[in-house]
Write a protein that binds this ligand. Structure first.
Ligand SMILES: Cc1cc2nc3c(=O)[nH]c(=O)nc-3n(C[C@H](O)[C@H](O)[C@H](O)COP(=O)(O)OP(=O)(O)OC[C@H]3O[C@@H](n4cnc5c(N)ncnc54)[C@H](O)[C@@H]3O)c2cc1C
Length: 400
């Protein structure tokens, strides 16, 4: 019986294993960590945003330049199929107010447990604590607790992830070994990362972990609305990630981006000024701002970070609508949500098989695409993983 090996047990690798096992192929999954899918579990911590419910054409456009390459895989296994697949595993999903899709359990662990149980019934075998080192004469080399091992297979699927949050397993160390077998990668760099801000000690102590809800963020005149979280080192969250590429590029070019936060995007500066012109009475400034401008303690603290608050209501209203933010940089790969760059499409055929190594397939975040947060990252990992697994199964049937 022909044997397939999947390397990397994240969402892409597990999807590939599922595609192979469903086609009746004996599948072995190798993973460097002591348990599978650590990043997937981490992704579930703040609410597992699996996919997005928006119109499919709009959904596809989120993948920017790579959207044409990803389209066939997302057509075959996109948002709808992913939601149906979750339901099959007993994890119904729901659409949040932003259009994002989450499992009802909100986290990743129940879905992962059900998935692993199902893979076990399909005889997918796991080999943990096996770190892939590269290929040698067609065999995969692994560092294991018992020394270096080489493994033979009739087909390989590589799903080794990007290089963000390396402590969860994926560190991009595959770039050089793959180059040696003819697979080129564009440089890996952080995508969807937080802003680094040197907060005052007061801000860190009182506001770290607090969410700034319904704010506007503008960078060099381009703006978006949403929410973000104040962290000890800066700001994180969807609205910040949306600008991280631009801000990172500007800072690398030693240009200072003009970043402004609108703490009350629903209210005009005139209305706000009129409310702030009312007598303050015996209220503290914070209390007054809470009542007159509906700013919570974290929003007031952010306002104060910019300097002394103006007495004049019109000037204060203008500041609330446009708080300057001194961003020192964007977080690096160790804290980025995802990785841009990866194995170039030209080195793969339309089934994600390496042109230089027949029988070797590549899937997930290690491919050269990038997308914003909103469920796009996981959907493309599931879609390319499944496509690579199914293509590997077809290849095993028709080759040799
Ligand atoms: C904090 C956080 C929150 C996120 N939230 C979301 C979200 O809500 N929605 C969303 O769409 N995306 C989210 N993401 C992104 C999403 O988790 C990733 O895009 C996705 O996990 C990538 O899947 P993958 O299978 O390609 O790679 P990975 O999940 O990185 O899996 C790759 C696997 O390969 C293993 N591996 C790596 N190198 C080796 C090696 N040399 N030998 C053996 N095994 C190896 C790794 O240990 C890992 O298990 C989040 C990411 C982070 C960090």
């Amino acid at each position: 019986m022909r044997k397939a090996v999947v390397i990397g047990a994240g969402p892409a690798g597990l999807s590939a294993a599922e595609g192979l096992a469903q086609a009746g192929v004996k599948t072995h999954v190798y993973e460097r960590m002591a348990s599978p899918a650590r990043k997937f579990l981490m992704a579930g911590r703040g609410g597992l945003n699996l996919t997005h419910s928006e119109d499919f054409e709009r959904f596809l456009a989120r993948y920017g330049e790579a959207n044409e390459k990803l389209a066939p895989f997302l057509h075959a296994f996109g948002p709808e199929q992913l939601r149906a697949w979750c339901a099959e595993l007993g994890q119904e999903t729901f659409v949040g107010s932003s259009g994002r899709v989450f499992p009802k359990a909100f986290k990743a662990s129940p879905l992962l447990r059900a998935w692993l149980r199902r893979l076990a019934t399909r005889e997918v075998e796991f080999h943990l604590r096996h770190r892939f080192l590269g290929f040698e004469q067609g065999k995969a080399r692994f560092e294991t607790p018992d020394g270096v091992k080489t493994i033979e297979a009739d087909a390989f699927v590589l799903a080794l992830g990007g290089a963000s949050w390396p402590r969860l397993g994926s560190d991009g160390s595959w770039v050089e070994p793959l180059k040696n077998i003819g697979l080129t990668s564009t440089p890996l760099h952080p995508a969807n990362c937080g802003f680094v801000v040197a907060w005052s000690q007061h801000m860190i102590e009182k506001c770290a972990g607090h969410t700034l809800k319904n704010i506007g963020l503008s960078v060099n005149g381009r703006s978006a609305r949403g929410e973000c979280v104040i962290t000890r080192g800066g700001l994180e969250g969807g609205i910040v990630y949306a600008f991280s590429q631009d801000v990172g590029a500007l800072i690398r070019a030693q240009k200072s981006p003009k970043i402004r936060i609108d703490l009350r995007p629903d209210v005009t500066v005139e209305t706000l000024a009129a409310r702030l012109a009312r007598p303050r009475g015996k209220n503290s400034v914070s209390n007054f701002l809470r009542k007159a401008a509906h700013l919570d303690a974290a929003a007031v603290a952010l306002l104060r970070e910019s300097g002394p608050l103006p007495e004049d209501p019109a000037a204060l209203a203008a500041l609330i609508k446009s708080v300057p933010l001194a961003v020192r940089g964007v977080a690096g790969l160790e804290r980025a949500i995802s990785t841009a760059g990866g194995v170039i499409w030209d080195d793969l055929d339309e089934n994600l098989m390496a042109k230089s190594v027949p029988g070797l397939f590549v899937a997930g975040e290690m491919l050269d695409w990038s997308a914003p947060t909103g469920g796009y990252l996981l959907t493309a990992c599931f879609a390319t993983g499944r496509a690579a697994g199914e293509a590997a199964a077809r290849w095993l049937r028709t080759s040799g």
